[in-house]
Design a binder for this molecule. Structure first.
Ligand code: F0G
Length: 351
């Protein structure tokens, strides 16, 4: 055994780098593939969780950001910019620090989780809250990157998807072959595109014998791909995927169609239920958007779209600590006791 070296070094021969590329890394990737005992029981499938919240900044974005910032550094960039619902900005800010670059981030005002805002700020990003939604922020960031000397590190940057495809490699490396089905949340649709790229690459090179059916899930109030048209005012409690006009829309449809999968919607209520289930019965604390993958799996099994007995991987994309408000909402408040064993035992129902 040797120490994990980050996704660029681990998969160097499958990524667009040379011996001279200055790799910017926080040793991202190598995340656990955790058997989901309870979800397996409930669905009759063999379910695994790819726990991406254990990346350095707490989301899958780090896989893409190590590549995007590495290539920006190789090109001599001094500054990067992104639009974000929170995780991309947290990741960009951290990797920019590693590279000695400045980082500008545009976020929808009042619609990003507190933990993500804190990350961008503590890493010294220049943060603007935009009076608009994510789609407006992305349009602004694109314009600024065209007119000013600042590199765009959103997933429209092809290096981002190259980095993110390594999650598929890790899954196949861990399971010995591709699963039957892969479920993940869909927002700007970069990640489903990247996973599909990774699975296809391994199959084409004979590392795996097959590819999985790709199942993507949007929140029902922010489900443009499901509806077949942009959503002008996307609404969902899962702020990470509150996106009405995904940049990788067409490539997500391609992933769906080539793989024989489906992109569907789940309600906020289903997302919240899956979020609580993962925390209370699997011991895995994810953020709301991440739970859309598991909510979607349960819905698809119920509807007969995924066969019982299938081997399924659900990507849980971000760490629950980023947005603790939803964990506290609905939880009973903690009881205060004096420094007294009997009082504590009574309060705990032990006495
Ligand atoms: N899950 C989480 C936790 C996310 O932060 C995102 C996207 C997604 C899922 C959806 O992934 O966009 O590739 O389809 N967050 C972006 C951001 C938009 O700005 O952090 P996608």
């Amino acid at each position: 055994a040797r120490a994990w070296r980050g996704v660029v070094e681990e998969y160097r021969d499958r990524l667009p780098v040379t011996a001279n590329t200055p790799v910017v890394t926080l040793l991202e990737g190598g995340t656990p593939l955790v058997p989901a005992t309870r979800v397996s029981e409930l669905t009759g499938c063999e379910v695994f969780l790819k726990v991406e919240g254990l990346n350095p900044t707490g989301s899958f974005k780090d896989r893409g950001m190590t590549m995007a910032i590495t290539k920006a550094a190789e090109d001599g960039a001094k500054a990067v910019i992104c639009a974000s619902t929170g995780n991309t900005s947290a990741s960009a800010a951290a990797y920019a620090v590693r590279a000695g670059m400045t980082c500008a981030v545009l976020v929808p005002q009042g619609k990003i989780a507190m933990g993500k805002l804190a990350q961008a700020l503590v890493h010294g990003a220049k943060l603007l809250q935009v009076d608009g939604n994510f789609d407006d922020c992305l349009e602004l960031a694109r314009k600024l990157s065209v007119d000013y000397p600042v590199a765009l590190v959103n997933s429209v940057n092809p290096y981002r998807l190259q980095g993110q495809k390594t999650a598929s490699f890790e899954i196949v490396d861990a399971l010995g072959d591709a699963p039957d089905v892969h479920c993940l949340p869909v927002g700007n649709a970069g990640n489903i595109t990247a996973y599909w790229m990774g699975y296809k690459e391994y199959a084409a090179d004979g590392v795996s014998t097959r590819t999985p059916r790709m199942f993507g899930f949007q929140a029902s109030g922010a489900a443009p791909i499901v509806n077949g048209e942009p959503v002008l005012q996307p609404r969902t409690i899962a702020t990470a995927i509150r996106i009405g006009n995904p940049a990788s829309w067409q490539s997500a449809e391609k992933a769906r169609d080539e793989s024989g999968g489906r992109i569907d919607a789940v309600t906020d209520r289903q997302i919240l239920a899956a979020y609580r289930l993962l925390a209370a019965e699997e011991g895995v604390f994810v953020e709301l958007a991440s739970a859309a993958s598991v909510a979607g799996l349960m819905q698809a099994v119920e509807a007969g779209r995924i066969e019982r007995g299938s081997r399924v991987v659900c990507t849980v994309t971000g760490n629950g600590l980023k947005d603790p408000d939803w964990a506290l909402a609905g939880a009973s408040s903690a009881t205060t006791v004096p420094v007294d064993a009997h009082a504590a035992a009574t309060a705990l129902g032990l006495a």
